[in-house]
Design a protein around this ligand. Structure first.
Ligand SMILES: Cc1cc2nc3c(=O)[nH]c(=O)nc-3n(C[C@H](O)[C@H](O)[C@H](O)COP(=O)(O)OP(=O)(O)OC[C@H]3O[C@@H](n4cnc5c(N)ncnc54)[C@H](O)[C@@H]3O)c2cc1C
Length: 439
């Protein structure tokens, strides 16, 4: 699929082709890969001692190419007070006078309308289709092994209202794509399809099933890709390197000041995840990216209990369940919660316990031994779309703000980034993801 719109990518001519990628999460690694493949000399600067140590570490494991609807929608607006106030609510907001958060919140509220939901769905579907095909080529070409499986995804709706909204979204996507492989299931069809669910048919209103959805371990994917990057002569690693600031001249970055010294560069790609906005502010411009904290646990199934066959989303609880294989054993990755509590990445035991309780109701999990808890900060934008495009600084490119879909959209975002940098024909309309959106 190619996009033939009026906007063309800005072409940057680089004499030495030295590019610095800031951050080695899934977005930085896929970007570095695409750049290295085109022959650029790439330096990866990462503050942690290993790649994928932050948001890409133990996420929900879903390659959720068909479930791209934004969090900002009329339904969320309607439920927001209940979502925030109920004990164990899936969303929590810590009140703050932080102007960045207030600005972000106002943009979020103004995105809660049908027109924006349609625009975002259209944009995300295009990017996720690109991602899927780039990922498939990468997996095959490089023989990456990270537990990738096409298991299909079931989205459970507990209330009639939510189910109706889910069906409307299926129709919207079918209209936008011209076809659909999503199926609407009755409660009994859903429970027949996924016997591991501890539910009776009167506890759900219905479900949406997409057979083509995939799961896998994002951290393993990152490690595999990092290994391939280490084998390349045109990639330099600077792990344990904290990027402090950009050194600019005539509105161009000429060098980067870090904890390990100064790196010269011709071109910079910013892939700093949840830290992107703070870094942008230091560099003199604003990014609408705010940390949205989420949690996961990885647990075994109880002895003799049925393990999960599909990936499952409990829509109203905002919890996702993925079947993963670890050392030939089936485990469940359970992820959820969306807390706007600033940059505090610590595990709040009560929040984790609430999610774990919900998980234990839905699946027969062994919660007595070897449960691995984790928390990470999603780099969230108000409209849920990533920012892929040029910054106000001439040779600084942005690929960040992927929110709840960073792994799903990583390969497509990296391809779009490199197409824009090199001036190739673009696969996706760049206006949809520009810092100043045209939508
Ligand atoms: C609970 C949870 C569940 C999720 N589930 C899914 C899912 O099922 N499917 C999906 O597609 N997505 C999911 N996501 C979203 C996805 O994990 C993220 O969108 C993605 O990991 C973001 O990648 P990133 O590379 O932008 O950020 P990160 O992985 O956070 O990478 C940014 C990197 O920048 C580095 N960095 C920051 N500041 C500096 C600095 N000053 N100097 C040097 N380095 C710096 C950090 O150390 C980090 O390594 C989930 C997220 C969470 C939290």
């Amino acid at each position: 699929m190619k996009w033939h719109g009026p906007l063309r990518a800005k072409v940057i001519w680089i004499s030495t082709m030295r590019v610095c990628v800031l951050g080695a999460g899934v977005i930085g690694l896929t970007t570095a890969w695409e750049l290295a493949e085109r022959g650029y000399d790439v330096t990866i600067l990462e503050r942690r001692r290993e790649p994928a140590a932050e948001a890409s570490f133990a996420n929900g494991a879903q390659l959720s190419y068909a479930f791209v609807a934004p969090l900002a929608c009329p339904e969320t607006l309607h439920k927001l007070p209940a979502l925030m106030l109920a004990a164990g609510a899936p969303i929590r907001i810590r009140p703050t006078y932080d102007p960045e958060f207030i600005r972000w919140g106002l943009r979020f509220l103004s995105a809660c309308n049908d027109r924006m939901v349609t625009e975002t769905t259209r944009a995300q579907l295009a990017l996720s289709a690109l991602s899927r095909s780039v990922m498939a080529d990468l997996v095959e070409g490089e023989e990456l092994s990270f537990g990738l499986r096409t298991v299909g995804k079931i989205v459970l709706h507990r209330s009639r209202r939510s189910f109706d909204a889910g069906r409307l979204q299926v129709e919207r996507q079918a209209r936008l794509q011209g076809s659909s492989n999503q199926q609407v299931l009755t409660p009994s069809q859903c429970l027949e399809l996924e016997p591991a669910l501890n539910l009776s048919s009167d506890e759900i209103a219905g479900a949406i099933y997409t057979p083509s959805e995939q799961v896998g371990d994002c951290r393993l994917f990152c490690q595999e890709l990092a290994l391939r990057l280490q084998q390349r002569s045109n990639v330099l690693w600077a792990l344990g390197t904290h990027v402090r600031r950009l050194i600019t001249r005539d509105n161009r970055v000429c060098a980067i000041e870090t904890s390990q010294g100064v790196f010269d560069t011709n071109l910079v790609v910013l892939t700093l995840g949840a830290a992107a906005a703070q870094f942008a502010r230091k560099s003199g411009f604003r990014l609408p990216v705010y940390p949205m904290k989420g949690y996961s646990i990885t647990a075994r199934f109880a002895h003799k209990a049925a393990s999960l066959r599909h990936s499952v989303t409990d829509f109203e609880q905002k919890i996702v369940y993925a079947p993963l294989k670890e050392n030939r054993e089936e485990v469940a990755r359970v992820a959820g919660i969306a807390d706007l509590v600033g940059f505090d990445g610590a595990i709040d035991r009560r929040r984790l316990a609430g999610m774990t309780r919900q998980a234990a109701k839905l699946l027969n999990l062994d919660l007595e031994s070897d449960v691995r808890p984790w928390a990470g900060l999603r780099p969230a934008t108000p409209d849920s779309r990533p920012i892929i495009g040029w910054s106000p600084i001439r040779n600084l490119f942005l690929n960040t703000g992927h929110g709840a879909l960073g792994w799903t959209l990583a390969c497509g975002s990296a391809r779009q980034t490199v197409q824009m940098i090199t001036g190739e024909q673009l696969s996706v309309n760049p206006g949809w993801f520009a810092l100043e959106r045209s939508a």
